[in-house]
Write a protein that binds this ligand. Structure first.
Ligand SMILES: C[S@@+](CC[C@H](N)C(=O)[O-])C[C@H]1O[C@@H](n2cnc3c(N)ncnc32)[C@H](O)[C@@H]1O
Length: 249
């Protein structure tokens, strides 16, 4: 029985656009925000449904129909860094075309966060979680990192399904006034962010590239105490989005 379940999992896993959800929270958010969840495996169905009943009663019914129990050993074979909640799932990510349509739609009612060439999977997950929480239109990344990597999905708690997440080339950013956050910029307190802004942030180690800087309509800084060179990427995004939200009622 387990062999058959694992074989079916392996087939779905290979399909284009299918992503791994590692742990209960990514699964919960995928279900809650309309993600197409294709497979759910757990080492303990009863414990999973009890956890859902406690934390997310809205998804219990769907989960009951999807969750299949397999041995813990099988689970670990499919997801070596198994989350303590002991559940993994496969879901279809929204298509690139659908995301690009959302990101490009005008007028835009909330900013798009741009991460230039981010390197840290946990940072990107944290940023996506922030974007979903603040109601940003989406998050676009440039560079090699896959923003739908399972570790990013774990870091975002699956909130990829609540906002548009896509990788794009720097030359293909959505339209809109480009505010580049950089410690050398003008004081953020003097610059409200419009709803259709692109809020762009540089890479963790080297900051904003010359190319992105040259494209900026405005360079913006969060003031820091002397001797402090920069804030962490995800905390900078939090401050940028909070600043945008603070200008709205
Ligand atoms: C860890 S920082 C990069 C540090 C890099 N060594 C530098 O000099 O910019 C990552 C990004 O967070 C944003 N950031 C960090 N501190 C900031 C500040 N005080 N004001 C505006 N943006 C900031 C910028 O977008 C920056 O590129």
């Amino acid at each position: 029985m387990d062999d058959e379940v694992v074989r079916a999992w392996r087939v779905v896993e290979q399909e284009p656009g299918v992503v791994l959800l590692d742990g209960f929270h990514p699964l919960k958010h995928a279900l809650r925000f309309g993600g197409a969840v294709r497979r759910v495996l757990t080492g303990d169905r009863g414990a999973l449904l009890a956890l859902a009943g406690e934390l997310a009663p809205d998804v219990v019914g769907v989960l009951d129909g999807l969750a299949v129990e397999v041995s813990e050993e099988r689970l670990r074979g499919l997801a070596p860094r198994l989350h303590p909640t002991g559940v993994i799932a496969l879901a279809e990510r929204p298509s690139v075309e659908a995301n690009r349509e959302v990101l490009g739609r005008r007028p835009r009612r909330a900013p798009v966060v741009v991460l230039e060439n981010p390197r840290n999977l946990g940072n990107v997950g944290a940023v996506i979680r922030l974007a979903a929480g603040f109601g940003a239109t989406g998050v676009v990344t440039t560079g090699e990192l896959d923003p739908w990597h399972p570790t990013v999905l774990r870091g975002s708690a699956g909130l990829h399904f609540a906002t548009a997440v896509e990788r794009v080339a720097l030359s293909e950013l959505p339209a809109g006034p480009l505010y580049v956050l950089d410690p050398e910029g003008a004081d953020i307190r003097d610059l409200p962010f419009p709803d259709d802004a692109l809020l762009a942030f540089g890479t963790e180690r080297h900051g904003v590239s010359a190319e992105l800087r040259a494209r900026a309509d405005q360079l913006v800084a969060v003031p820091m105490q002397p001797g402090v060179s920069s804030f962490n990427l995800a905390t900078s995004v939090a401050m940028g989005l909070f600043h945008w939200m603070s200008g709205k009622r």
